[in-house]
Write a protein that binds this ligand. Structure first.
Ligand SMILES: [Zn+2]
Ligand SMILES: [Zn+2]
Length: 180
């Protein structure tokens, strides 16, 4: 996995944490733990205080994905960056190649996630703007995504939301056709 830009760990972790909290289909506590496990955090060290902090942090990160423009995203991110104390260092764990971590390994899980997601999104916005960040367009869905597709046409958080929306549009067209 790349460690900068829109494929960075910090950015995909941000998506995972936001969707753990915003997806009404999943239990947010379990989904937060799943996301943390997937990104290499030891669950034995995760406290309920971390989980509560992550729920709040997720709503702030959501604002970045929903920002009106890059300037707006930059303003929101500056507030988030202000709330964390970054402590960058270069690491080479698990054969991943040299990359930056932004909080020391002994920091709390909450602090490490905050530093990683804020720095990941800040780097992304500075390098690429926000055109590849988005909130799902499906009715009733607030999940977010990073568009890593070649043509950058993504509009939904998942196949399920894309299919649901297409079926609804198809039915609406069919209804309109029969009522004529
Ligand atoms: Zn790493
Ligand atoms: Zn969705």
């Amino acid at each position: 996995m790349d460690t900068s830009g829109y494929r960075s760990d910090g950015v995909s972790l941000a998506v995972a944490v936001v969707n753990a909290v915003f997806d009404p289909e999943v239990d947010d506590g379990e989904a937060i733990d799943d996301a943390l496990r997937r990104y290499g955090f030891a669950l034995t060290r995760v406290t309920n205080r971390d989980r509560a902090g992550l729920r709040l942090w997720a709503s702030h990160l959501h604002e970045v994905f929903a920002a009106e423009g890059a300037d707006d995203a930059g303003r929101i991110l500056n507030q988030l960056l202000d709330a964390i104390t970054a402590h960058p260092y270069i690491t080479d764990h698990d054969g991943r190649g040299l990359h930056l971590h932004y909080a020391p390994p002994e920091a709390s899980t909450l602090h490490r996630v905050q530093a990683s997601t804020a720095m990941g999104l800040a780097n992304l916005v500075c390098d690429y703007g926000i055109s590849r960040l988005g909130v799902c367009r499906a009715a009733g869905c607030e999940c977010v995504y990073v568009d890593v597709s070649r043509n950058a046409q993504r509009r939904f958080c998942s196949e399920a939301c894309a299919n649901r929306t297409n079926v609804a549009a198809f039915r609406a067209r069919a209804r309109a056709a029969t009522s004529n």
